[in-house]
Design a binder for this molecule. Structure first.
Ligand code: NAD
Length: 488
């Protein structure tokens, strides 16, 4: 293991130190120790990366789909060949169990490249025949935009970063990426893969740093016509303000406060098992986690007791150990935020059914004693209007609240600024269709959670974002669409 390593930027196919000469600490969340340093790049570093991406663009866009597809597949091969190393690095950087990174994050990162490597081989365009007042054939043509600015968060670091890089370059753009400064390590390993498998210099550039420094410089750069951002809603607002005067194309995947509606005709066992996972997987730090569970009054008590019993088996522990379901929260700041909201729940009259405190992990002298571990926490008794039920917490904290009718369930679900994802549990097909149509969310999972088909549109309504990505929607996002009209 490398210790106290300085990460470097990756510009024009080379690993380079930041011109800023500034670094931020990189903590291991399960021990609280600094184990490496991440560049805090400045506007000059970003400018160099954008220049390299701009220079690489003409040759990259001129490659055939087959050539680009082959390179994307090689990147996927390169990630898969180092699966264990990537999984351990993601766990050490983010706090999640190695097993989760190995089964979810890293395979999905590789699959993001494979998916778009295949997708670009089957693209279709539309034609429109005009027959009055003159006859004409209209057809659409797409072109890449140029340099894409890609900014990603800390919760699924490599998974979400590659969800942007893969379509951006598959459709012919080059890119400059700015991963979260809290979890940059696997992005840096990805740069090694890019170099090893021969991605042409300048096609993918990664500039590490904080949001206000490197991030803002990237969003404001005049040679970056497209910004795809995933992160918090407040940051999304800042980015929109920076990008709007420059008329940039924006894709924003933002925060959530996802509801799950549990009707009394559901398969309760399956619902409870999945709900534990959808509440606490990845320490509850997935934008798609359900954080508000509304249960029909007729089965409310039964649901709460079964859910609490099941959640007691959700094991918090050493992320490196086999059998650990939940690792450490990503940072000391995030741990403080979780503690703040659980205390607020107490003030707001909530009853802590499970958890509600830090988890003590490891033997007395173990470094894990300093980790940011928190117990899976279940809260009942809160008003649907309470702040804890309204605001995004983004941790292992879930609230449960009863409802009586379908109408009331929908009212509770939709009475929130966010609209990212939702779950619906019922055996009644009519109800499933009717409620799904009326929930304000980018995706509704019926009797399941987090099944992702990468062809489907992904994104949020209301404060959860603007735009959709995935399959043809990524094609829309990462290309410019043009109509050619030929009179005949
Ligand atoms: P964040 O908004 O703090 O940071 C996200 C990224 O934006 C980081 O790389 C950060 O450095 C950068 N950034 C911060 N300020 C910036 C600025 N002024 N200009 C440019 N870039 C800037 O979010 P986070 O705390 O890393 O992630 C958690 C949030 O992300 C949660 O709200 C979660 O719901 C959301 N999220 C959404 C999705 C989705 O698909 N909708 C997926 C994952 C996470």
């Amino acid at each position: 293991m490398q210790s106290k390593l300085n990460l470097t930027n990756f510009i024009n196919g080379e690993f380079v130190e930041p011109l800023s000469k500034a670094y931020v600490n990189n903590y291991n969340p399960s021990t609280g120790e600094v184990y490496s340093y991440v560049p805090d790049s400045n506007a000059e570093d970003v400018d160099n990366a954008v220049k390299a991406a701009k220079k690489a663009f003409p040759a990259w866009r001129s490659k055939t789909f087959l050539e680009r597809s082959a390179i994307l597949n090689k990147i996927a091969d390169g990630i898969e060949a180092r699966l264990q190393e990537f999984a351990e690095a993601e766990s050490r950087d983010q706090g999640k169990p190695v097993q989760l990174a190995k089964s979810l994050d890293i395979p999905r990162a590789a699959y993001n490249f494979r998916f778009f490597a295949g997708y670009i081989l089957y693209l279709e365009e539309k034609t429109y025949m005009t027959d009055t007042p003159v006859r004409a054939l209209n057809y659409t043509v797409r072109s890449p935009l140029g340099v894409a600015g890609l900014i990603s968060p800390w919760n699924l670091p490599l998974y979400l970063l590659t969800w942007k890089i893969a379509p951006a370059i598959a459709f012919g753009n080059t890119c400059v990426c700015k991963p979260s400064e809290i979890t940059s390590y696997t992005a840096w390993l990805l740069c090694q893969v890019m170099k090893d498998v021969g991605v042409p210099a300048g096609v993918v550039n990664i500039v590490f740093g904080t949001g206000p420094n490197a991030g803002s410089a990237l969003v404001s750069h005049p040679s970056v016509p497209l910004v795809s951002f995933t992160g918090g809603t407040k940051t999304g607002e800042v980015i929109t303000k920076l990008a709007a005067p420059l008329n940039k194309k924006l894709s924003l995947e933002l925060g959530g406060k996802n509801p799950s509606l549990v009707f009394d005709d559901c398969n309760l066992e399956e619902c409870v098992t999945t709900s534990v996972r959808s509440s606490f997987n990845n320490q509850g730090e997935i934008c798609l986690c359900n954080s508000r569970i509304y249960v029909q009054s007729t089965i409310y008590q039964q649901f709460v007791s079964k859910f609490v019993e099941k959640a007691k088996n959700w094991k918090v522990g050493d992320p490196a150990a086999q059998g650990t379901d939940m690792g450490a929260l990503v940072s000391a700041e995030h741990l403080a935020k979780i503690e703040y909201y659980v205390n607020l729940a107490r003030e707001e009259g909530g009853k802590i059914e499970l958890g509600g405190k830090r988890a003590v992990i490891g033997e007395e002298n173990s470094p894990l004693r300093n980790g940011y571990f928190y117990e899976p926490t279940i809260i009942t008794g809160l008003s649907p209007q309470s702040r804890v039920m309204k605001e995004e917490i983004f941790g292992p904290v879930v609230t449960i609240c009863p409802f009586d009718t379908e109408e009331q369930a929908l009212e509770y679900a939709n009475d929130n600024q966010y609209g990212l994802s939702s779950s619906l549990w019922t055996q009644n097909l009519n109800r499933a269709h009717n409620v799904a149509a009326r929930i304000e969310a980018g995706i509704v999972w019926v009797n399941c959670w987090m099944i992702r088909d990468l062809r489907t549109p992904f994104g949020g309504q209301k404060a959860s974002g603007v735009g959709r990505e995935g399959g043809e929607f990524s094609y829309d996002c990462y290309t410019e669409l043009k109509t050619v009209c030929i009179k005949f």
